[in-house]
Ligand binder design. Structure first.
Ligand code: SAM
Length: 213
């Protein structure tokens, strides 16, 4: 399989055609070798229009959703981003390609260690992965210019909006256990303005400000 061709096709057919316009996001998605973030048995499907298993009953998100959420973050180079739900580390790599300094939290130890090893071996130096409950954020490293949550929350954790910098953006799926609405908050002073971007389907955010186990 020619993975470079598969990546170009993914960008053209799944991202551009569905309205992703951010050039940095499109370039990052064309560059990062998504197949290296899943087990070899899935390499042939790594550029398809769906999520895939990554072990521990978790998934790497659908490429379109990764692109959409990243675009909504409106990142500028060297901005500080908190990512909740590292999973395979693919989204982390996309954020790093955009020049962000990425603080990422994963509750599953095995996934966190594998993602850290993978990102190190691929040369991503500006990423820091912590094992823990990301629903409480990462207070010691706040404030963040952007926060992305890659798991579905039952409601918006207030501690996350508190950890946003002024003009900071928070993007997360909010709603029921298996069906949520992609939601974005933009902070101006002490006010956060919320916008919704349609239905989505993520695994559960499990933790203090998420769902129970
Ligand atoms: N963005 C990831 C990628 O590129 O592979 C996929 C993330 S996967 C859809 C959601 C991840 O969130 C899972 O790995 C899960 O273990 C993690 N998770 C769920 N609740 C969490 C929490 N409270 N804190 C940190 N990670 C959490």
């Amino acid at each position: 399989m020619d993975y470079a061709v598969a990546r170009q096709r993914m960008v053209a057919e799944q991202l551009v055609r569905r309205g992703i316009t951010h050039q940095g996001v499109l370039q990052a998605m064309a560059k990062v070798h998504r197949h290296l973030f899943v087990e070899e048995a899935f390499w042939g499907r790594a550029y398809g229009d769906y999520s895939l298993p990554i072990g521990e009953r978790q998934t790497i998100s659908q490429p379109f959703m990764v692109a959409r959420m990243t675009e909504l973050l409106e990142l500028e180079k060297d901005q500080r981003v908190l990512e909740i739900g590292t999973g395979s580390g693919y989204q982390t790599a996309i954020l790093a390609e955009l020049g962000a300094k990425v603080y990422s939290i994963e509750r599953n130890r095995r996934l966190a260690l594998a993602a850290r090893r993978r990102l190190e071996s691929l040369g991503y130096c500006d990423t820091w992965i912590r094992i823990g409950d990301g629903s409480m954020g990462w207070k010691e490293k706040a404030p963040f210019d952007a926060i992305i949550v890659s798991a579905g929350a039952p409601s918006i954790p207030q501690c996350l909006t508190e950890q946003l910098a002024d003009n900071g953006r928070l993007v997360l799926p909010v709603g029921q256990a298996w069906n949520q609405v992609l939601t974005k908050g933009t902070k101006r002073g002490t006010t956060v303005r919320w916008t919704e971007f349609g239905d989505c389907m993520f695994v559960k955010l499990i933790g203090e400000h998420g769902w129970g186990e």
